[in-house]
Design a protein around this ligand. Structure first.
Ligand code: NAD
Length: 298
């Protein structure tokens, strides 16, 4: 099948590679020319814009930073909609605002095309191994059409309901995961400053009721190697918590703990750590607590 892929960053690049490996013909686009090189090196064509890409393919995927970029790629003057043909299926894998996802889906439907919001969970490792969880919103017929391709990218493909539902599911998940990063920082500075070894505390929580996924997938690199290379950047985490809080404000519910977590991500960005891994927020806590919990390797 002729497939387009837009946004070839930490997540998009390995997902696009998996589609190419499965035998599909890829046309790619990224604002950074160098990001397209690993795909063109394995035979992908390079498009000049999302508009021209839309004219060449049956299905388009995108994996973009957030709502602003999705709007530009989908609805901008050189965007997909400007080149859309009836029957085109657009699957956006970005963590996006549900409001923007609905607006794009409506604009595509008016042209006889369709759009699914399909954000993913599992990080760049899951993207490379094809083991992602994919949370899909949009019409069910389009979902069934996309499913065989989504099964190349992920192992757990969940249909959540109408347009915007995939984004809502993803934002709820990330609110838990990203608040846990902040909480791990508080718990570990508390324990380590009280003379407990980081390894002892890690093993203890792992075997107790505080155990959680984020501690195993994100935290060890920071704790045991002192490494905060992304991975998943602070800028993207800030965007996700903010989108979740925007949604909460829209529907009028209080979010006091998540609001405190957002402040930590704001502060990390203000320090210039936006491109470091999310665990960089724990560095703030280390400074304020006057104790270092991470290995001094970095
Ligand atoms: P990234 O910044 O590494 O990649 C984004 C890519 O989009 C870059 O290559 C960038 O050049 C490109 N881009 C930006 N604006 C563009 C435009 N207007 N047109 C074309 N290309 C454009 O980000 P990432 O880590 O790959 O994340 C992508 C999405 O997946 C985000 O929405 C993120 O929240 C989500 N996500 C990331 C992770 C993770 O662990 N990194 C996990 C799950 C979900």
């Amino acid at each position: 099948m002729n497939i387009g892929f837009i946004g070839l960053g930490n997540m998009g690049r390995p997902m696009a590679v998996n589609l190419a490996r499965a035998g599909h013909t890829l046309t790619v686009y990224d604002v950074r020319t160098e990001a397209m090189q690993p795909l063109t090196a394995v035979g992908a064509r390079q498009a000049a814009s999302p508009k021209s890409l839309a004219q060449e393919v049956e299905v388009v995927f995108s994996s973009l930073p957030g709502p602003k970029e999705v709007e530009a790629v989908a609805l901008g003057p050189e965007g997909l909609l400007a080149g859309v043909r009836s029957g085109l299926l657009y699957v956006d894998l970005s963590t996006n605002s549900p409001t923007v996802a609905r607006r794009v889906a409506e604009a595509f439907a008016k042209k006889g095309a369709s759009m699914l919001d399909a954000p993913v969970s599992g990080g760049s490792t899951g993207a490379a191994s094809g083991q992602l969880t994919i949370m899909v919103g949009g019409d069910q017929g389009s979902f069934e059409r996309a499913r065989p391709l989504l099964e190349i990218l992920g192992k757990n493909i969940v249909y959540l309901g109408p347009s915007g539902s995939g984004c809502i599911g993803k934002l709820c998940n990330n609110l838990v995961a990203l608040s846990l990063v902040v909480l791990l920082g508080e718990a570990f500075t508390l324990g380590v400053k009280s003379q407990m070894s980081p390894k002892t505390l890690f093993d203890l929580v792992s075997q107790s009721s505080g155990d959680n996924h984020i501690m195993h997938v994100k935290f060890p690199k920071f704790l045991f190697e002192g490494n905060f290379q992304p991975g998943f950047a602070v800028d993207l985490a800030w965007k996700d918590v903010r989108l979740a809080l925007d949604l909460a404000r829209e529907i009028g519910i209080p979010m006091s703990v998540s609001s405190a977590a957002l402040q930590r991500y704001e502060e990390a960005r203000a320090r210039g750590w936006g491109q470091q891994d999310v665990v960089a927020v724990i560095r703030l806590q280390e400074e304020q607590a006057g104790v270092q919990v991470r290995h001094s390797g970095a």
